[in-house]
Design a protein around this ligand. Structure first.
Ligand code: AMP
Length: 230
């Protein structure tokens, strides 16, 4: 059981969770479960869930816990997630964290680490407002910090880059507000004195360049795994 790697990435929108997760996925060969990506796919496919989700996403609001908990619980029960996973964007509220805890306990599994990527709000506003995305592959660029070779198109497949609807300024402000009021308490939840698994929360400085952030995360994962075997 202890060799399983069950990671949760927490951080405000724009902290670089997706970027870091895509590297972790390659190195550890684990399924990457990003609620935002799953929801955006549903919006693109015009599913019932997608139609419902879009109303919340466009405003930068969270979907009701029940909806998202069911979605993730189903996903975690699929075979590929049984030997580990990387979660991005879930849990985003304390009730979601409680639901995940119960499901993990019921399956006799536990989280390996909750990696918190910390970035101040002023940096996030710059990062999110300049972010551009390849709608097909999800690859991201930044108009200032990581521009594509040719303006507005993906370096690899030439797809026209778009701005996510929720990366528009009005929505960014609300997403940050929602993060501080609803998601930041999740960190306190995992850090609470009576928590079963002490030392679960590991904080990372997300203002550094992505390679350095990744080195820290890798080192941290190695440490946690070693501690687990002792
Ligand atoms: P993200 O790509 O993680 O920034 O997610 C985009 C949007 O999807 C959020 O602003 C929410 O509207 C919705 N969403 C993603 N994950 C969750 C979650 N765990 N709970 C509720 N809503 C979520």
């Amino acid at each position: 059981m202890s060799s399983e790697l069950n990671l949760v990435l927490v951080g405000p929108p724009g902290a670089g969770k997706g970027t870091q997760a895509s590297r972790l996925v390659k190195d550890f060969d684990l399924p990457f479960i990003a609620t935002g990506d799953i929801l955006r796919q549903n919006v693109a496919d015009d599913t019932e869930l997608g139609v419902q989700a879009k109303q919340y996403m466009d405003k930068g609001e969270l979907l009701p816990d029940e909806l998202i908990v069911n979605l993730i619980m189903d996903r975690l029960q699929q075979d590929d997630a049984k030997r580990g996973f990387i979660l991005d964007g879930f849990p985003r509220t304390v009730p979601q964290a409680e639901a995940l805890d119960s499901a993990m306990t019921a399956a006799d599994r536990k989280l390996t680490a909750v990696v918190v990527i910390e970035v101040p709000d002023e940096d996030l506003i710059d990062r999110l407002s300049g972010r551009r995305v390849n709608p097909t592959t999800g690859r991201t660029y930044h108009i200032k910090f990581d521009p594509p070779k040719h303006e507005g198109v993906d370096d690899i497949d030439g797809t026209k880059l778009i701005q996510r609807d929720d990366d528009k300024p009005e929505t960014i402000a609300n997403r940050l507000k929602v993060y501080h009021s609803q998601t930041a308490p999740v960190i306190g939840y995992y850090d609470r004195p009576e928590a079963q698994n002490k030392g679960l929360v590991r904080r990372i400085d997300g203002t550094r360049d992505p390679d350095e952030v990744y080195r820290h995360i890798r080192a941290l994962v190695a440490t946690v795994r070693l501690e687990d075997t002792l």
